[in-house]
Ligand binder design. Structure first.
Ligand code: ZN
Length: 510
């Protein structure tokens, strides 16, 4: 993605990357002062000097950024918001940690403890002229001027100590303020400082609104829809690399919910935490510390980060390799091989992630689909059942994995209930033990589930019976699709007698 105009301008002014703009670069001593703006007391003086330096180029800067800044500030007062709801939690100081979110009663997994509308949000399309942080900061500046952002004013406003980032922030704040339409010259200095502060608050407090969407290859990918600021969330929920809660978004309204994710819940008096990005299972300690320090400016002292033992990530690399092998096998239709590799990968993930982790549930869904195609409906059912148990209290109702798991659990035949010996004796004709509807084929299939099972069997048999693929369209053997299409039996596949015999024997034999 190309850098946004505000960043290009900042780079140009700071001589990091020349760009064909009609604006001269900043003197070196000013640039170095801008890198020290962590000290809030020096801000008015240094930012004042920056504005004086840029003022002669105001027309050129406005020609470059003006329309985009005008658009960003014009949206300032239009963001809808409702009162936040806190349930079973309170915001209270914890020694050495500042504000924390504490449970006031026991909270079970799936409990929603904060529900909040964003005070401001901007869409993330990747093709906007200004970076999303700049657009959100400008929107908040405008909302604050209209008296709508009081709640967010006391949020921390430093986004790390990196001199490079501070310089860019100062230049972006000054250039943006110079472009704000109809801003009296007397208020320019104040606007630069305010925009600089809002950029810092956005950097440290804003949250990416994400949703899961299916990629072209059919994999679920987390997609960023918007950048938003939720004052109550921002002021209260601390980070942990082993969090006991997670964020869930409404993709239409951008409302956020803090949902308890720990399988054992949270006890009264305990702190509710989320991950600001990295977790103990996603990143090594040094990577986590670096990420958290550069974006949020703190050293993580969570239980995982302060634990003395060496962190071992070999399981992750091995799981990744196995997963690639599974994908490769699935790509050429070798479902049994894919299922074996995917199951081995899942076993490693179960070791690495905490019990009940959503990531593991998603992998279970993937393996369930592969197992089904490999002719193992019972294994598939168990996997979807385990995944649904994790996802149901945590994921949105429209979550693609959850929707699929619930749909497949409705369709796949349930395993027969274990019957007590006494009852078995009473029952007149005992069900034939080894003749499932699948082995009987379609003629004996009475219900949709029976048909589904028979189809898995047929698909597997065709895969293993060396049938020329152009005789079998994938539609004819895909069983995860809806049942609205025709159901194909062996007769409709126009197989040669030898192929038919091989498929039949594979169906009986496997
Ligand atoms: Zn940590």
């Amino acid at each position: 993605m190309a850098r946004s105009l505000d960043h290009k301008l900042a780079q140009h002014l700071l001589q990091e990357k020349p760009h064909r703009l009609k604006v001269p670069a900043l003197p070196e001593d000013l640039a170095s002062q801008l890198g020290e703006l962590v000290d809030a007391r020096r801000r008015p003086e240094v930012l004042g000097r920056l504005v004086q330096t840029l003022r002669p180029s105001q027309v050129d800067i406005a020609g470059f950024l003006g329309p985009h800044v005008a658009k960003a500030v014009s949206l300032g007062s239009t963001t809808p918001r409702g009162p936040p709801q806190l349930r079973g939690v309170e915001v209270a100081p914890l020694p050495g940690q500042g504000r924390s979110l504490l449970a006031t009663r026991d909270l079970a997994r799936g409990s929603i403890c904060i529900q909040e509308q964003p005070i401001a949000r901007v869409a993330m399309h990747g093709e906007e002229a200004l970076g999303e942080e700049t657009r959100l900061a400008l929107q908040l500046w405008a909302a604050d001027r209209a008296g709508l952002a009081d709640l967010a004013r006391d949020l921390l406003d430093h986004g790390g100590r990196d001199p490079q980032a501070l310089r860019s922030r100062a230049v972006i704040a000054a250039c943006s303020a110079l472009c704000i339409p109809s801003l009296p010259a007397s208020e320019l200095g104040e606007a630069v400082e305010a925009t600089f502060a809002w950029l810092g608050r956005v950097r440290i407090n804003a949250v990416a609104v994400t949703t899961l969407a299916e990629s072209e290859s059919g994999e679920l990918k987390s997609t960023k829809l918007a950048l938003a600021l939720y004052p109550n969330l921002a002021r209260s929920v601390n980070h942990s690399c082993a969090p006991n809660a997670m964020l869930r978004f409404d993709k239409d309204t951008s409302a956020v919910e803090v949902v308890i994710s720990s399988p054992t819940g949270v006890r009264a008096g305990e702190e509710v935490t989320i991950s600001y990005g990295p977790t103990g299972a996603s990143h090594r300690r040094s990577e986590r510390q670096q990420k958290l320090q550069s974006q949020y400016g703190f050293d993580c002292l969570c239980a995982v980060c302060t634990a003395s033992e060496q962190e071992d990530f070999q399981w992750k690399e091995r799981a990744k390799k196995l997963d690639l092998r599974a994908q490769e096998a699935a790509g050429r239709g070798a479902w049994v091989e894919a299922a074996t590799a995917s199951a081995a990968s899942l076993a490693l993930l179960r070791q690495g992630y905490a019990a009940g982790d959503v990531e593991v549930a998603r992998e279970e869904c993937k393996l369930a689909g592969i197992s089904l195609r490999a002719g193992k409906p019972d294994a598939a059912r168990d996997l979807w059942s385990s995944a649904a148990e994790v996802l149901k209290p945590l994921a949105c109702a429209t979550d693609p994995d959850l929707v699929e798991a619930e749909e497949m659990l409705r369709r796949l035949p349930k395993k027969p209930e274990p019957t007590r010996p006494a009852e078995q004796a009473e029952q007149a004709p005992p069900p034939p033990p080894k003749t499932s509807p699948a082995t009987k084929g379609f003629t004996a299939a009475g219900t949709r589930s029976d048909v589904a099972a028979a189809l898995h069997r047929l698909k597997h048999a065709i895969d293993t019976a060396n049938v020329s693929k152009d005789r079998v369209s994938s539609d004819a053997t895909t069983v995860t699709d809806s049942f609205s299409g025709a159901i194909f039996g062996l007769e409709s596949l126009s197989l040669s007698p030898a192929e038919k015999a091989r498929v039949l024997s594979a169906m009986q034999g496997s």
